[in-house]
Design a protein around this ligand. Structure first.
Ligand code: 1CP
Length: 359
């Protein structure tokens, strides 16, 4: 039978150990060895994922099939014994649920029907939006029932800026010219698009929490392309608003922010969004981060995904350095960005033994 214990009950259990390590860290505890999960842990580096994925040609259909999505989330936890599962889905289900055309072409990445300045914006019809995303909430409920109590379940969404880049550029981009120009030349129109994405994203995360995720991560993969004033307006402000709304509904559910590539803007992001956890990319120096990032913010990161792909001595050196630098703070071991498809599972095993045997 599914076991949908609310978080507060989990917290009041007599044994501290019943609460997943990842949640203890997000509650400002120093846990040693630190909990570990890997961005994009469910996916193409695993042969068992590729076999499961071969059952459906359409990637969005895969995301909307709870049975397949649950299995994809569980695969890396089963294989490696990681401290968290991330619900299997994609950030682009949000524009899809808002009625935009979204497709994934094999080998080419996502393609969307590009939204241009002056186009009618999608309307956030809350009921239709959540009806479309019902399979995602079913995935979450199934995962909560299947996971052991000490493994945290992470929900997620793309942050508004990153989701907007795909909606406006029509897919991945090298220079983000279309969206960046729109943000300068039609401020009012672009602000309305961002406001719509704030509404949809906050509401989506709240439903994920209601279905059973224990923490949520906001992926702002393309935050690093903006100068400071634009970063504040399109990354910090929308994120801070989402944090306020989610926290108002669920004050105890921690929120992790990942403004990839933000550089020194990580500091303003940490102070002004009030996220509970900050995911650092691999360009950030840990010794700088321990000094610059406020104590109340747990740190997650930030192993170079190429060091993981390389394995051996390079992996050992990088991982030990990170452990040493962040060991005295509330810290979650992770990569600086997603695991790459060509990464050998043996290297993930090597990393786990380094992290867990380090004392
Ligand atoms: O055929 C396939 O299997 C498609 C590959 C794939 C997978 C496995 C895509 C297409 N998305 C996903 C799953 C996914 N995407 C997850 C769950 C798995 C996990 O994390 O373990 C998550 C959290 C995402 C998030 C996501 N999608 C981000 C943010 C994180 C990041 O890595 O930067 C982004 C930018 C996307 C867009 C996207 N979806 C898929 C691709 C190939 C891309 C990137 C396109 C680009 O580089 O512009």
């Amino acid at each position: 039978m599914p076991d949908f214990e609310p978080m507060s009950e989990t917290e009041s259990l007599p044994s501290q150990d019943a609460k997943p390590k990842l949640l203890r860290v997000l509650d400002h505890k120093v846990v040693n060895p630190p909990p570990i999960w890997l961005m994009r842990q469910a996916g193409r580096h695993l042969p068992e994922y590729r076999a499961l994925r071969a059952k459906t040609s359409n990637f969005l259909e895969f995301c909307y099939s709870p049975e397949l999505a649950i299995e994809a989330s569980l695969q890396p936890v089963r294989r490696y014994g990681l401290d968290a599962a991330i619900m299997f889905s994609d950030i682009l289900v949000v524009p899809d649920a808002l009625g935009r055309q979204v497709g994934f072409m094999a080998g080419e990445g996502p393609k969307l029907d590009p939204l241009r300045p002056g186009d009618a914006l999608p309307v956030f019809d809350e009921e239709a939006f959540h009806a479309h995303l019902t399979p995602v909430y079913s995935t979450v409920m199934g995962l909560r029932a299947a996971l052991p109590q000490d493994v945290a379940l992470i929900g997620f969404a793309g942050a508004p800026w990153t989701v907007a880049t795909y909606m406006v550029e029509g897919g991945g981009s090298r220079d983000f010219q279309k969206i960046r120009r729109w943000a300068y030349t039609d401020l009012g129109g672009f602000q309305r698009l961002m406001d719509l994405l704030v509404d949809a994203t906050a509401s989506y995360l709240i439903r994920q929490i209601e279905a059973g995720v224990q923490t949520v991560q906001l992926f702002d993969t393309w935050a690093g392309v903006l100068p400071p004033d634009q970063f504040r307006r399109w990354v910090i402000e929308p994120t801070a608003e989402i944090v306020r709304r989610v926290r108002k509904a669920y004050p105890k559910t921690p929120i992790i922010g990942f403004p990839r590539g933000a550089g020194q803007n990580y500091i303003a992001y940490a102070f002004e969004t009030e996220v509970n956890g900050l995911s650092l990319d691999a360009t950030i120096s840990p010794s700088w981060a321990v000094r610059a990032i406020p104590e109340r913010c747990a740190i997650q990161g930030n192993l170079d995904n190429l060091a993981l792909m390389a394995g051996g001595a390079a992996l050992e050196r990088s991982a030990r350095d990170i452990l040493q630098q962040f060991g005295k703070r509330p810290f979650i071991f992770n990569l600086g960005h997603g695991i790459l498809p060509d990464t050998a599972p043996e290297h993930v095993e090597q990393l786990l033994s380094i992290v867990r045997e380090n004392r």
